[in-house]
Design a binder for this molecule. Structure first.
Ligand code: NAP
Length: 303
């Protein structure tokens, strides 16, 4: 029996572990694959206080070591369910069940798919959701990025340093991402921006060989020969496994305020899977601190 089980070892979950350990609570952090979460794919973090530049991997490793150093236990098992038995919460993984007095859900989000035929089959064969992970395979090749948020803009910038040519395909005529990123992109000679268009078909032999792009305004279809397609159309929260115990908003985020309380006493939420105005590293770590503090208060009130 742990005091607090934290589901998810991204910035929110690991910060919650630091705060819970500093309050002398026993802590188990459960994570499917490895620590870090989404930020691990960011090559250069420039907007977190103290370090002007740090890679997502280095940042995550430092936080992981900090949490471990304070005595948080980590297990790498995928969580598939949560049961509320009042004073005891049971977290179910693919291998085991663990019990705690309080649980913090810090599961973050996963890449949104385009939903195209063969998208899954071609993932790793020309289709990617992570430019910084896979960009190196496309040196001097032709790639396309789809999306109009900061991730798509930053991916296109990153890839334009490596690839021979980058198409950026966005479904509207203006970007959702920051103006500074858009301005930097417009200066890149090897970037072609295609507005008001959707990727409507993936062409392949064994690997991706091209894409069909349909103009939303006139319906015209253009075939682009590309070696790689980087899909950056946002993320979806990973909350389905807990839907019975927490309220979700229409987009699937846990409906919880700044205090990180869910509708189930003793179950808290922290980070990108919570409904919020701004999803950034700094707001994720802030949530981790808040959720752990509230969980400790909840446990103290039980005693
Ligand atoms: P996002 O801001 O939600 O943008 C997703 C983009 O994908 C939007 O342009 C959207 O189009 C488009 N889209 C969604 N579904 C689509 C579909 N089915 N087909 C085609 N296009 C589709 O996601 P994000 O870029 O991953 O960013 C997530 C959050 O992280 C944001 O708050 C972002 O600012 C932040 N972020 C920050 C940094 C940074 O500070 N350095 C870096 C990366 C991300 P519409 O615009 O038409 O909706």
């Amino acid at each position: 029996m742990y005091d607090i089980i934290i589901v998810g070892a991204g910035p929110a979950g690991m910060t919650a572990a630091i705060y819970a350990r500093r309050a002398a609570r026993t802590v188990l952090v459960l994570e499917a694959l490895s620590y870090g979460g989404q930020i691990i794919n960011t090559p250069d973090i420039e907007n977190y206080p103290v370090e002007a530049h740090i890679s997502g991997f280095d940042f995550s490793t430092k936080v992981y070591e900090q949490a471990k150093g304070l005595g948080a236990e980590f297990k790498f098992e995928k969580v598939v369910g949560l049961r509320d038995e009042g004073a005891v919460k049971t977290v179910v993984t693919q291998k085991n069940e663990y019990q705690a007095k309080a649980v913090i859900l810090a599961t973050g989000s996963e890449n949104r798919k385009l939903g195209l035929e063969d998208e899954q089959k071609l993932t790793g064969r020309g289709v990617s959701y992570c430019a910084t992970c896979d960009g190196n395979f496309y040196r001097k090749k032709v790639v396309a990025v789809v999306g109009g948020g900061n991730t798509a803009l930053e991916d296109a910038l990153y890839l334009s340093d490596l690839a021979q040519k980058v198409y950026l395909i966005h479904r509207r005529d203006s970007f959702r991402g920051e103006e500074t990123n858009a301005a930097r992109l417009s200066e890149r000679e090897n970037v072609e921006i295609i507005y008001n268009a959707n990727v409507t078909r993936l062409l392949s032999e064994k690997r991706l060989t091209g894409i069909e792009v349909t103009n939303k305004l006139d319906g015209s279809v253009r075939t682009l020969e590309v070696n790689g397609l980087f899909i950056a159309v946002g993320r979806v929260p990973e909350n389905e496994n807990f839907a019975g115990l927490v309220d979700l908003d229409e987009a699937g985020y846990v409906a919880a305020g700044e205090d990180c309380h869910t509708r189930t006493p003793g179950v808290f939420v922290a980070g990108d899977n919570r409904a919020k105005m701004l999803r950034q590293l700094v707001t994720a770590t802030a949530d981790g601190a808040m959720a752990a503090t509230e969980a400790v208060k909840y446990i103290n009130a039980m005693a």
